[in-house]
Design a protein around this ligand. Sequence first.
Ligand code: SF4
Length: 597
Amino acid sequence: IVENHGRDAHRLLSMLREVQRELRHVSPTAQQTVAETLGVCVTRVRAVVEFYSFLSAAPLGKFDIRISDSITDHMLGSRDIAAYLCDALAIRPGDIRPDGRVSMAFTSCTGLCEQGPAGLVNGYAIPRLTRERVDRIVELVNHDTPLSDWPEALFAVEDNVRLKDRLLANPVKPGASLERVLAQGRETIFEEIETSQLRGRGGAGFNTAWKWRFCYEGPEEVAVCPPGQPAAQAERYVVCNADEGEPGTFKDRVLLQSHADQVFEGMTVCAYLVGARQGFLYLRGEYLYLHQRLEGVLAERRRQGLLGEGILGRKGFDFDIEIRLGAGAYICGEESALIESLEGKRGVPRNRPPYPVTHGYLGKPTVVNNVETFFAAAAITLHGGEWFASVGTEKSKGTKLLSICGDCSRPGIYEYPFGVTISRILDDCGADDTLGVQIGGPSGMFISDKEFGRKLAFEDLATGGSFIVFDRTRDVLEIARNFTHFFAHESCGFCTPCRVGTALLKNLLDKIGDGHGAAGDLAELSRLGRFVRSTSHCGLGQTAANPILSTLERYPELYQKRLKTIDFEPGFDLDGALAIARRLSGRDDENAHLTQT
Ligand code: SF4
């Protein structure tokens, strides 16, 4: 495996994924072998194995089943389904069955939020789990049926596109945008992207034209080219971030499943403008089922002369795209963590500045945009900036794709011009008796029914596209609790405020949720939440307390109702904590116990 990857340590994650596929785990011996063959320290290999949740140093079952623990899957009955599955397989979560045939665990969001409960078998997605489908899975496992022989219908993932606007209603034919680029030249297309005022669709909303220009004009020497010629090809990279891990987000899944050609077209346009020869699609591990299909699209584009050397016959216009798979780490959606992962390391966010646009992959200028941004850029290149910017608001031009799920009768993908109100969206998706909406996933904001007149736009409610509806049967505290557990699990552990703070927030919320909360705990939640927000290194920690702070602000009475009427209640079992001391000292008299009142 290591040889097949040219002993290139930057490909370590890909190697370890393959080792795991062959051996069902990455054993300490395998880690040692990989390290020695690569000529790197074994601790580097071990650190990568320990970082990614889809890699395991301990053996997994021949069939490794993971059930999504996302809030949207909970709402669709994932806990019952998981319990039913465990009973049927005679296994407990986190265990491997004694015969080694099957292991089962929970995982973070699988990106199938509108067709859950969902799970993964050996990394391949299975949506809409019912008891009948679970019975079928159990039968296949117990008969040791190879995964390749499992019925295709089990793995069928639907698109559920409900509303099309500018982008989805006007797909770009393969090569059409590139022909326009070559006919009009770089400056004209740069101007079109500028006129469109396209902002990154991941949520932060940085101006796309500026980012591409910074990369083009970056610190590397770039010769000034005659009009219509590609940039001198100094080393630059284009990276498509397809690691949408925010619970409630699945629009990129649909774009990659049904519009991958247009996404690759957008990346190739970008490559021409900035002068890159190499691109990467960083595909989240949960979308493994799309990998082969995407490789097929790339192969077809090479055959059509839309990738490779001399694209569309233009000498010097060379660009190709490689797909790299992630391995179950939410933090790799952060662009600098993603680049670390691409370089075969743990996905720990870098210090910024410098930004990836000047010092990205291998320290070279790198454009990182998400799937929807490249998809939109291809359309803007073909139809023009005015076409795109003629809808939307003053600071948020164009349309936005939303992934809508939760308590509504028509979940799926909706495309709206920016500026649409929450109430309009709720009407369209069939939401009824709505308590509130989580905008932008756990890192976003909980909006109460008093705020449904607000608008989706960078100047009001910015979003990467997640829109989760909660009706009045839902428990606000349980929603905040699920999101807080998510962040505590996904913290990369690099900085103390986030690593320790998210764990403390989780413990405190569990204490209140389990009925042991006291008056001082709410003030402590708020204080700690603000501390984690203001002192964490990256966006994950800076937004981890949002679910607590935004629900505490809107529904203080719901938190108050869960408190006991005393001033202080310890967050742990005092007497239990003394058990080790009692055992070591050989004492068990009355004075060796503490009573918790
Ligand atoms: Fe890692 Fe959290 Fe620190 Fe970000 S804030 S670097 S996720 S520990």
